[in-house]
Structures are given as structure tokens and as C-alpha cells.
Ligand binder design. Structure first.
Ligand SMILES: Nc1ncnc2c1ncn2[C@@H]1O[C@H](COP(=O)(O)OP(=O)(O)OP(=O)(O)O)[C@@H](O)[C@H]1O
Length: 252
């Protein structure tokens, strides 16, 4: 096979999409009830086509549920979500999600990537460049279960990127990792964002939010307490809840 025929994942390449109208995201009067418990109420949200949105807020505010709704993994009980006019379930396959606990197959590191590439009918020749991109090429033959927490999360990210998503959701993806692992993962996220992948992430790490966010959605009690540009939010939060949260006071 000539070099021209070898398809590789190019970390510097801009995304090319045949249908570029997945964004902006429009959420109107979104509500979620589980059994009789109301979890999200009357949420309105507009997200711009590019950049990194960080969702913050105290435990139980509804951050994970909001991500799952946006990704089409669960259905709202009120209101609507539109990705460029499409419902979340119509666009789930054009998005990817990374969870706090990496979801990996009990196979080799390389086979974990192959699985996604095969499922998405993408050339297996992309595997090595994806693994190289996340610093795991030297572990390609190792069992995925032997990876450290940080390595496993980088493999989860490589799996997510293998599907060439237009939107990447991350739910506390660096919780419980050491600073070096956090930095490695943040670098991959920043690179993905620079390539035009829309990032929406949940974190409790205020430092991480400052490093990554273009805009911040602050949730409290299942409502949007504040949504503002990161450059405004961190020095001058408008909502009392966000002000207390950033100042390290207890917020419920
Ligand atoms: N299946 C369920 N049935 C009923 N309530 C649920 C269910 N799943 C989650 N909840 C509740 O929904 C609320 C929001 O949960 P969610 O996981 O979205 O919060 P969060 O903001 O991500 O919190 P954390 O920061 O602790 O991860 C919580 O009060 C939680 O107990």
C-alpha cells in the first residue's frame, strides 16, 4: 500500500463534516423527572458552535443528567433539545462521551481502538496514530485492564476520538487523577477543541475549568443559575451560588 493510501488520524487536521449544522445547540424549557423526583426544571441554554463549555455546580445539581440528555442517552420529560434542529437521538452517533470511570473492553489496548474503528467503518490504519496521539502506542499490545487510571482514561479518549465526533462530552473525566495525568488529558482536550470538536465537560476542579472553559454553565438545584463567558464568570460571577462556590463556601 502506498503512503497516500494509508489513512491516519491527524491530530492537527481540522474536522471536515458533510453536514456542519449540528451546532448551535438550543435547549428550551428542559425538564427531567425520575419517578416523582424533579431533577431539572425549565432549563434554557444556547451554546455557540465552537469552543469548550464547562458545566459546574454542587453535587446533585443535575450536571451528569444534563450531559446524558444532551447526548440522547436519556429522554427529557419536558421541553426540547435541538442540535441544529435535530433531536439528540438523531445525532448521538456524531458525538462521543467519556465518563469518570473509563469504559473499556477486556481486550488489548489496540483492540479497544480497532473495535470503534470497525464499528464506524474507518480504516484500522488510524489505530497507531490515535494511540500515539494519546501517548499509548508503546502499550498497544498490553491488556487494557493493566493500564493505570490515567492511561485508561487516555485510551477512553482515544476511543472517543476514533469515532471522529463533532461533539465530545466529558463527565468528570480527570477526577481522582494525578496532576501529570490531568495535564495529559487536558492537552488532548485542548487539541480536540482547536480542531473544531465542540467540547462540553463537567468538572468540580475550578483550576481545570479556568484552564479549559470558553464559557461556564453553573447549575444549582436543577436550574441554570448562571451562563457566562469564562472571562467574566471567574473574576465576577453574577449569581450568589456561583460566587459562594468559587469562594469555597458550601453550596447545596
Ligand atoms: N435514576 C434516578 N432516579 C432518581 N433520581 C436520580 C436518578 N439518577 C440521579 N438522580 C438524582 O438526580 C440528581 C442529579 O444527579 P446528577 O448525577 O445529574 O448530579 P450531578 O450534578 O452530576 O452531581 P455530582 O457532582 O455529585 O456528580 C441527584 O439528586 C440524583 O440523586
Amino acid at each position: 500500500m502506498s503512503n497516500a493510501q494509508i489513512a491516519t488520524f491527524s491530530p492537527t487536521a481540522q474536522r471536515v463534516t458533510t453536514d456542519p449544522c449540528l451546532l448551535p445547540l438550543r435547549v428550551r424549557d428542559l425538564g427531567l423527572k425520575c419517578a416523582e423526583t424533579s431533577i431539572l426544571h425549565g432549563l434554557d441554554l444556547d451554546l455557540a458552535p465552537r469552543g469548550c463549555t464547562v458545566i459546574m455546580g454542587p453535587n446533585g445539581a443535575g450536571k451528569s443528567m444534563l450531559l446524558k440528555l444532551l447526548h440522547g442517552l436519556i429522554q427529557p420529560t419536558a421541553g426540547r433539545i435541538e442540535w441544529g434542529g435535530k433531536s439528540p437521538t438523531e445525532v448521538t452517533a456524531r458525538q462521543a462521551m467519556v465518563f469518570q470511570k473509563p469504559v473499556l473492553l477486556r481486550r488489548s489496548v489496540g483492540a479497544n481502538i480497532d473495535f470503534v474503528l470497525k464499528a464506524r467503518r474507518k480504516p484500522l490504519t488510524q489505530r497507531d496514530s490515535l494511540l500515539e496521539h494519546v501517548g499509548l502506542l508503546h502499550k498497544a499490545r498490553d491488556p487494557a485492564r493493566r493500564l493505570s487510571g490515567g492511561e485508561a482514561q487516555r485510551l477512553a479518549l482515544a476511543r472517543a476520538l476514533a469515532s471522529e465526533p463533532e461533539v465530545l462530552f466529558l463527565d468528570e473525566a480527570t477526577a481522582s487523577l494525578d496532576p501529570a495525568s490531568v495535564k495529559a488529558i487536558e492537552d488532548i482536550i485542548l487539541d480536540a477543541s482547536a480542531r473544531g470538536i465542540r467540547i462540553i465537560l463537567v468538572t468540580h476542579d475550578i483550576g481545570q475549568a479556568k484552564r479549559l472553559a470558553d464559557d461556564v454553565v453553573f447549575l444549582q438545584g436543577g436550574r441554570v443559575a448562571e451562563h457566562s463567558a469564562a472571562r467574566d464568570f471567574f473574576p465576577n460571577p453574577q449569581s450568589p451560588a456561583a460566587r459562594d462556590y468559587l469562594n469555597g463556601r458550601l453550596v447545596f
